[in-house]
Design a protein around this ligand. Structure first.
Ligand code: PBG
Length: 341
């Protein structure tokens, strides 16, 4: 009887899948700890942490605990963290004024991190939503998001963050023109070495749900107060999930305005957008594997329906394959440990 390999098939792609080592040799995409950025949530208090209910094993940390966490991440080789503040409602106002207090939780956290782990890059969130009682990234007046007035606050925020020790400021708001105006404000204040990571193509996504739980920042909830005229979505500034070309247009503007790095967010439902942006970008491209993407895998794994580690690593590899140089992900610490095994 003829062996099964007797068909005349000159092209057999399976040759390169035959053994572990030949698969390593043929592998196109690398995922390394170098590519990972860990988002971190900071809250007021001492020696405490609170688990985000919709993000198992992800915590809001008080500054002292945040420093411990940052030391761990640094020791694992993670190059950067992206920091987000969780503030009590009492500190939130329609003008987000607390954001500019020189001595509040957020700059204090930046200073503490810089002092304890100076090598770890600190990426700060330049947006009003953690401070805004209306739950928006922009200031709301007469039911409308105020583009230019919002940028005025963000410019001061960026300078405050840079003064506190931020290496990279990351406007996550999607107001028009903010990259160039923040660049100018930083330069005028002497912070010419502070980089800008722009949230270039940030979609109006329902996958941010768990993050809004973490910060209690959902506009939907704030808009529920009947006597207030507050938009209940971010659709007038975040991008329409149906659009891809528009991401390239946003990219062109951000590059023109001096963005040092650009970002696509979320990641998994937007792999084509990551690819497009990477093809047109001459600066590093980041992708944000957002809270809802983390929650989906983690919740399914808790039910025994998915293998958390394998699915997380497959997702991160897919995001790299699509074209992301850097990935913000709540799996960063776990992934760094898995990569070190
Ligand atoms: C807001 C901001 C959001 C996220 C990061 N910055 C939420 C939003 O736009 O409502 C989401 C991150 C995540 O879901 O992990 N400036």
């Amino acid at each position: 009887m003829a062996p099964s390999s007797e068909y005349d098939l000159p092209l057999r792609p399976r040759r390169l899948r035959r053994t572990k080592n030949i698969r390593r040799m043929a592998r196109e995409t690398r995922l390394a700890t170098d590519h990972l950025i860990a988002p971190l949530f900071v809250m007021d208090g001492e020696n405490d942490r609170e688990e985000v209910s919709s993000m198992p094993d992800t915590y809001r940390h008080t500054i002292d605990r945040l420093v411990d966490k940052a030391e761990t991440l640094d020791a694992l080789g993670i190059p950067a963290v992206a920091l987000f503040p969780a503030l009590p409602d009492a500190l939130k106002t329609p003008d987000a004024a607390h954001a500019l207090e020189p001595d509040h939780l957020y700059p204090n956290a930046i200073r503490a991190l810089k002092k304890a782990v100076p090598e770890l890059m600190i990426i700060t969130d330049t947006a009003l939503d953690p401070y805004n009682s209306d739950g928006h990234d922009g200031i709301v007046r007469d039911g409308e998001i105020q583009n230019d007035a919002t940028i005025d606050v963000m410019r001061e925020m960026a300078v405050l963050h840079a003064e506190a020790g931020a290496d990279i400021v990351a406007p996550s708001d999607m107001m028009d023109g903010r990259v160039g105006l923040i660049r100018e404000a930083l330069d005028d204040a002497g912070h010419t070495d502070t980089a800008i990571l722009s949230y270039t193509a940030k979609y109006s996504s329902s996958y941010y749900g768990p993050f809004r739980d973490a910060l209690d920042s959902a506009p939907e909830d704030k808009a529920a107060t009947p006597d207030k005229d507050i938009p209940d979505t971010k659709d007038t500034y975040q991008m329409d999930p149906a659009n891809g070309e528009e991401a390239v247009r946003e990219l062109m503007l951000d590059l023109d305005e001096g963005a040092d790095m650009v970002m696509v967010k979320p990641a998994l439902p937007y792999l084509d957008v990551i690819h497009r942006v990477q093809q047109h970008s001459d600066v590093p491209v980041a992708a944000y594997n957002v809270s809802g993407e983390y929650a989906m895998i983690t919740a399914a794994a808790q039910n025994g329906w998915l293998d958390r580690r394998k699915c997380a690593m497959e997702a991160l590899t897919g995001i790299r394959r699509a074209g992301a140089d850097l990935i913000l992900t709540y799996f960063a610490e776990d992934a760094a440990r898995w990569l070190a095994e």
